[in-house]
Structure formats: structure tokens, C-alpha cells
Design a protein around this ligand. Structure first.
Ligand SMILES: N[C@@H](CCC[C@H](N)C(=O)O)C(=O)O
Length: 276
């Protein structure tokens, strides 16, 4: 199969974007892993496949795969890249785009200077729906990891996130602790793990160990989940600049029951073709 694709990134969280509207696409988990391999494939954190919608009230549907071949529910940086992709490929000329994902319908607004703003929907905090093994909802939960107890926030932005507060993200044990929490049995569908350093009520720093990938340069849903967890602990105001290794996202969240809005850039790198 010859596949046309576009390589994109949102703050260094990188994607292979595939248009499955104007070309026939059939991707098995093995082919996804082959595309995502940084040595023998194109290399990326996630693969996004853009399809025609099943719901007539929306513009598109897209599916998201981690580089390890697993299909996931949501991807914040990917959503912004998706919006630019469908506009650049002239699949739509709309500034405001509705897209169906496995996590529900998202609204994307393309702004000036490469910025895209996404209504990410309201966060899910009910443990069973995250899913997370806990009897009642709480701001944080004690989590035993190899005999050491960490207080973690648990939030779903369609996909599951654990959020830990740290003094300094530069020295946080992101790889070792991230990998241990990713597969913790209390998160039955595994989890993305955010390490959050609060600077003041409007600025924070974040590193994310992503489920199915490892540490990435940025994670959009991770930034939204970190904002929600910090705000539930009354550590931040309703708009926060979250600085990730790849750059800064603006996250806005008034509070429980309200949607989270994420704003940041989306960048196309190159177009190519690959034979799989
Ligand atoms: N990079 C993404 C999140 C991608 C999915 C995640 N690894 C998961 O398994 O849930 C983002 O920007 O949100």
C-alpha cells in the first residue's frame, strides 16, 4: 500500500497525519508501529487518521493511534494539528470545525498566526469513568507504587491522566515513575502521567509520560488534566500558561461541569509518501 501523509507537530508532540477521505487506508497495529518507528519508519508519537463523519451533524471523524499501535480516545495537540491539516488539504474552508473522536465531539477554532483553540469538553472526575479504582471521588488519591505512596490527581479528558505535584520538573523521575504509574493496576486501561510544578496562580511547568509512547515534548490532554487537577486543589486561577518541554499552551477552565479550552500552535513539517 502506498500512503500519502503529512508530518506535523504541536509543540514537538509529533504526528503522522493520514487522509483516509481521498485515499484508501487500512492500517493494522503492525503497520501503525512500522509508521511510528523513528529508526525504520517515519517516526512520531501518534498517527492520526482523518475520515468522513458517521454523524451527519459534524464535519469529520478522526482516529488516534499511539506509536505502540494502541488506539486511544483523545489527543489535544493532535486535535490542533487535525484542524490545520483539513484546512491545508482543502478538505474544509471552515474556521470552526466539529469532529467526532472516540471521546465524543470536539469543536476546533482556527485562529490567526497558526494558533488553534479547542473546546476539549468537561473533564471526567468520577473514578469509574476515568477509569480508576477508588470508591469515592477525591481531589487526590494515595497511590502505592512499589511501597512508596504518592498523592495523585485522577482526571479523564476522554483519556486517563494521573497528575503528581513536584517541586522541580527538571529533576522529577519522569521515566522511572512515569513507567511504573502508567501500568499501575488501579488504572485498568493504563494512564498518562503528568509531573506538574506550580510557579504561581497563572503559570505552571509540566512534563508528561504518555501511555503507549513514553515522555513526549508536549501533551495537550495532559496539560488540560494538569490544569483541572491544580484548580481542584485551588492552586491556580481560571487561565494558566502551561510550559512544556516543547513550548507553552494556554489552558482555560472555570471549574467543575465546565469545558476546558486549550489554545496553542499546530505546525506542518513536510508531506511524503511511504510504501507499507
Ligand atoms: N499527545 C496527546 C495524547 C495522546 C494519547 C495518549 N498517549 C493516551 O494514550 O491517552 C495529547 O496531546 O493529548
Amino acid at each position: 500500500m502506498r500512503l500519502k501523509f503529512t508530518k506535523m507537530h504541536g509543540l514537538g508532540n509529533d504526528f503522522v497525519m493520514v487522509d483516509a477521505i481521498t485515499q484508501r487506508v487500512k492500517l493494522s497495529p503492525e503497520k501503525i508501529r512500522a509508521l511510528g518507528d523513528r529508526h525504520t519508519g517515519i517516526g512520531c508519537d501518534q498517527i492520526l487518521v482523518v475520515e468522513a463523519p458517521r454523524n451527519p451533524d459534524v464535519d469529520f471523524r478522526y482516529r488516534i493511534y499511539n506509536a505502540d499501535g494502541s488506539e486511544v480516545e483523545n489527543c489535544g495537540n493532535g486535535a490542533r494539528c487535525f484542524a490545520r491539516f483539513v484546512r491545508d488539504r482543502r478538505l474544509t474552508s471552515k474556521d470552526s470545525i466539529l469532529v467526532e473522536t472516540a471521546a465524543g465531539i470536539l469543536q476546533l477554532n482556527v485562529q490567526d498566526r497558526d494558533q488553534v483553540s479547542v473546546d476539549m469538553g468537561a473533564p471526567i472526575l468520577e473514578p469509574q469513568e476515568i477509569p480508576f479504582d477508588a470508591d469515592i471521588q477525591a481531589e487526590t488519591y494515595p497511590l502505592d507504587v512499589g511501597g512508596e505512596v504518592y498523592n495523585v490527581g485522577a482526571v479523564s479528558m476522554g483519556n486517563p491522566h494521573a497528575v503528581l505535584l513536584v517541586e522541580d520538573v527538571d529533576t522529577a523521575p519522569v521515566d522511572a515513575l512515569g513507567a511504573a504509574i502508567e501500568c499501575h493496576p488501579r488504572f485498568p486501561q493504563k494512564v498518562n502521567v503528568g509531573f506538574l510544578q506550580i510557579e504561581d496562580r497563572t503559570r505552571a511547568r509540566l512534563r508528561v509520560f504518555e501511555r503507549g509512547v513514553g515522555e513526549t515534548r508536549a501533551c495537550g490532554t495532559g496539560a488540560c488534566a494538569a490544569m483541572v487537577s491544580a484548580r481542584l486543589r485551588d492552586l491556580v486561577d481560571e487561565e494558566v500558561q502551561i510550559q512544556l518541554p516543547g513550548g507553552t499552551l494556554t489552558i482555560h477552565w472555570p471549574g467543575p461541569g465546565e469545558p476546558v479550552t486549550m489554545t496553542g500552535p499546530a505546525t506542518a513539517v513536510y508531506h511524503g509518501q511511504i510504501v507499507l
